[in-house]
Design a protein around this ligand. Structure first.
Ligand code: FMN
Length: 318
């Protein structure tokens, strides 16, 4: 995730059990691009002991080939192509989710990359640009190129991050693809994750915002799949996680106000799992002291916390 999944964040997740595999932020690829230094640094500094997948975004075949060749020399488990980014600045240039409007171009890109990627080659896609009906055209193209895995974020680009997530289409992909399929989109609890694995028949889950909200989710899902009871964090443990997050993100050069703003980006997700006016108040905080005073008000207790979004469900069916 852009501006989130660097090695400091992976290492923090790892302290809570962590993922089985981590994806980098995407490398922007174009005619004069060079792999971003900070993403290379994250790969080099990964101390989780878990594999890392290097993600690229772009549409220029010679540049994608050049970058893929370069990235596969690094300590990465796979090269991944992003076909999902919904940011207008990206899709208007026909990269990320924008490419979903041009299936033939995707076909050429995947063919060219599969030829030069000798390690695992994977794709992360949404289910269409304007309509989920486009997935019927896209799937045979993905199935054609000997991918090693396909991650499906089951929303269209036009949907951005709104519900519903079309989990039925992830199942369609699992049934149609010769490679493992990974389900993505709005995974927020261990019980729902188990239901989702069964419903979609996928080999794994990719989780983004749900583990920023609750890094305990990784282990809770493992506990749920083993039939064990779930370990819930107490308010004070959530407070300790927020402090660790601040430390992992702190930059000695940045003024306090900037650091506070950066933390708010993370707390936007975590705050969805805290009842009352927590999020509203945090968004208005201007200093570290004020930020922690509000955190203390809501989290300095020993009650277990589920950290599930307060408003969930809707048409997604969960
Ligand atoms: C701030 C932010 C940055 C993201 N950056 C990326 C990215 O670089 N590459 C990518 O494949 N997806 C990216 N995504 C999408 C997520 O990986 C994921 O597909 C999406 O958030 C849905 O999953 P979730 O509900 O588990 O978060 C980003 C999402 C957010 C909110």
């Amino acid at each position: 995730m852009q501006d989130v999944t660097d090695s400091a964040f992976w290492n923090l997740m790892h302290r809570y059990g962590g993922a089985d595999v981590y994806w980098t932020e995407y490398f922007r690829v174009h005619a004069v691009s060079r792999p971003e230094k900070w993403i290379l640094k994250s790969i080099a500094e990964n101390s989780t002991g878990k594999p890392v997948i290097a993600q690229m975004i772009g549409n220029d075949i010679p540049s994608l080939i050049r970058t893929a060749k370069e990235l596969q020399q690094l300590n990465v488990a796979a090269i991944d192509l992003n076909l999902g980014c919904p940011a207008p600045i990206v899709y208007r240039k026909c990269a990320g989710g924008g490419l979903l409007r041009e299936p033939q171009r995707i076909d050429s890109i995947l063919g060219a990359l599969r030829e030069v990627v000798s390690i695992k080659f994977t794709v992360k896609t949404r289910v269409g640009f304007a309509s989920e009906k486009e997935f019927d055209t896209l799937l045979p193209i993905f199935a054609k190129h000997s991918l090693d895995a396909l991650t499906v974020h089951a929303r269209t680009v036009a949907q951005m991050y709104r519900l519903p997530v079309h989990y039925d289409l992830i199942r369609q992909a699992s049934e149609a693809m010769p490679c493992p399929v990974i389900a993505n989109g709005h995974v927020y609890s261990a019980v729902q994750a188990q239901q989702l694995l069964a419903l979609t028949k996928t080999r794994g889950l990719m989780i983004g915002r749900g583990v920023i909200r609750s890094p305990w989710l990784f282990n809770q899902i493992r506990q749920q799949l083993r039939g064990e009871s779930l370990t819930l964090p107490t308010g004070r443990e959530v407070l300790a996680y927020i402090r660790a997050l601040w430390e992992s993100q702190a930059s000695f050069d940045a003024p306090e106000k900037i650091q506070c703003e950066r933390m708010k980006k993370f707390i936007n997700y975590l705050g969805e799992g805290v009842a009352g006016n927590f999020l509203h108040q945090i968004r208005r905080s201007q200093s570290e002291a004020e930020f922690y005073r509000i955190c203390g008000e809501y989290l300095d207790h020993d009650q277990p916390m589920k950290l599930e979004p307060v408003a969930v469900g809707g048409e997604a069916g969960f």
